[in-house]
Unconditional design. Structure first.
Length: 300
């Protein structure tokens, strides 16, 4: 791959919610902290534009109108401007929904899949167990787990491109250590998927390798801020109920911190880190603040 043909990453802010800071980083203030929902738009030289997650969407507001889903909407206030959905921001760049060939779904929490129905022709890349861990849940337990079935396309499984790391893994470049194996999505080394367990079962992360060798690591909710990586600090224990395994979450966070120390040039991109948003998204590309509607709330 030449530099000209390299993958290129853009981050889009697609809505945000607010959480008390002490929940995210221990020993911090009770003041609310902004949690952007960051969507990665990956420009691939031969596969076209690809999304990593889809962020919030007005569909979230519809899905959380009835009970018990409304409880989900009460946990944390969210803001989503209908003019700033992932699809709207793509169209502003001249990209149509049908141009999106693949959507990598890190996991099935509502703030990552609320825009999925906007991309009816895309292949959907996710780990089977990420979906299976939610599907058996009824509405009450699903809502408590941050899963809203109404947000999923009816033909989701027929469009799935499900990587099986146990049989398709390839060796990653040494600078990805301590992550040694991943799924090479297109066989060109540009996007390598790894499982980052702990937040939910089967959560995917993605290494993006540009032709000049620079690396981005999209980690979704494996950590909520880059500061938590730098400080190797877990979220407050009251968040335990949000994780499939708080212990595994800590192990994964430790591996990401090891990676960041060994390869300082790598750019770690959590899905909800406001510092990353401020660094990577020019203010001109961030939509106006919209007052949350009374039922516009969500969890991370
Ligand atoms: Zn999540």
């Amino acid at each position: 791959m030449t530099n000209q043909e390299s993958v290129r990453l853009e981050l889009l802010e697609v809505g945000h919610c607010m959480h008390p800071e002490h929940v995210v980083l221990q020993n911090r203030r009770f003041a609310p902290l902004r949690f952007p929902a960051l969507v990665a738009l990956i420009h691939h030289p031969t596969r076209g534009p690809i999304l990593f997650d889809t962020g919030y969407s007005p569909r979230f507001l519809h899905a959380t109108r009835p009970f018990p889903e409304r409880f989900y909407a009460w946990v944390t206030p969210i803001t989503i401007d209908p003019a700033r959905t992932a699809l709207a921001q793509l169209e502003a760049r001249g990209i149509r929904a049908s141009d999106i060939t693949h959507v990598i779904v890190s996991h099935f929490h509502a703030d990552h899949v609320a825009g999925l129905c906007d991309f009816p022709r895309a292949r959907l890349v996710y780990l089977e167990r990420a979906l299976r861990s939610f599907l058996p849940l009824g509405r009450i337990r699903g809502t408590a787990a941050g899963f809203l079935r109404a947000l999923l396309p009816e033909d989701l499984e027929s469009r799935a491109l499900v990587p099986r790391p146990e049989c398709e893994s390839v060796r990653l470049p040494p600078e990805c250590a301590p992550f040694h194996y991943g799924v090479d999505l297109f066989g060109d080394g540009s996007i390598s998927l790894v499982e980052l367990p702990g937040h939910v079962e089967g959560q995917l992360g993605a290494f993006l390798r540009a032709a000049d060798g620079s690396l981005d690591f999209l980690v979704a909710d494996a950590c909520w801020t880059t500061e938590s990586v730098r400080r190797r600090q877990l979220p407050h224990p009251i968040t335990r109920a949000l994780f499939s395994s708080y212990g595994l979450y800590g192990t994964t966070l430790g591996r990401i911190a090891d990676l960041a120390e060994r390869t300082p040039s790598i750019r770690i991109v959590p899905a909800h880190c406001d510092a990353v948003r401020r660094l990577r998204i020019p203010s001109a590309h961030v939509g106006p603040t919209v007052t949350p509607s009374s039922d516009a709330r969500a969890i991370v």
